[in-house]
Design a protein around this ligand. Structure first.
Ligand SMILES: [Fe+2]
Length: 224
């Protein structure tokens, strides 16, 4: 039977302000787009779908110890100059996708944080297979400090996080950012089905492509 969740969705539906809120577009800093050429081609592909901007969300995690906010800001400034020349109508913002670890709160206390969408919002990701212990306490700590943690692709944590636990986080004030590819099963059937349930319950605050490559972006279930 034709499934509602296999169809291509319009940009207007998922990204109504025309901004991809989660993308590894900043070249050469993590497991995302490796070179500026591909990053510029990815922007061309985004514009063809009607997107007008992107929030770059490179990883800040134990996997990429070189990625400090200062390093990422420098890389972003260089890349923004290229984009301004090639795509002056495309807006870029710098944020990050944080893995909450033992250094997380001290970064915040020192003001060394790259917020997401709003000054008080912080995009966080967990390991798909085995998150660091204490991560939930860190999210609660963020809430107590007046920040809003936004959990990236919550539908992908089905191996270690139950849906009641996810709903509990949402009730506490954690917001959810869904991955568009989850709607078409890019991350497997479990993530797709969980995504469908969270979507139907109206629990996604925003959507993003989480693109790491041009090819992956082109495969997303998106249309103008
Ligand atoms: Fe990501």
């Amino acid at each position: 039977m034709f499934s509602l969740f296999h169809k291509h969705r319009s940009i207007r539906t998922l990204l109504p302000d025309g901004v991809d809120t989660h993308c590894h577009l900043l070249p050469g800093v993590d497991d995302g787009v490796p070179h500026a050429d591909e990053a510029l081609q990815l922007i061309t592909a985004m514009k063809k779908l009607g997107l007008s901007g992107c929030i770059c969300t490179p990883h800040i995690s134990r996997r990429f110890p070189m990625n400090t906010p200062a390093v990422l800001r420098r890389a972003f400034c260089r890349f923004r100059q290229l984009v301004a020349a090639a795509h002056p109508d495309f807006t870029l913002q710098l944020s990050a996708e944080y893995e909450p670890d033992e250094h997380f709160i001290s970064h915040i206390e020192q003001g060394e944080i790259l917020p997401w969408l709003q000054p008080e919002m912080i995009l966080v990701e967990l390991s798909i297979s085995r998150p660091l212990s204490g991560w939930a306490d860190l999210l609660v700590e963020l809430l107590h400090r007046g920040y809003i943690p936004v959990l990236a692709h919550p539908e992908r944590y089905h191996r270690h996080l139950s849906e009641p636990d996810l709903l509990h986080l949402h009730r506490l004030g954690v917001r959810f950012q869904g991955n568009i590819g989850s709607l078409s099963g890019v991350y497997g059937r479990n993530a797709q089905e969980r995504c469908r349930r969270l979507f139907a319950a109206g629990l996604y605050f925003r959507w993003g492509s989480d693109s790491h490559r041009l090819k992956a972006f082109r495969a997303l279930p998106l249309r103008r």
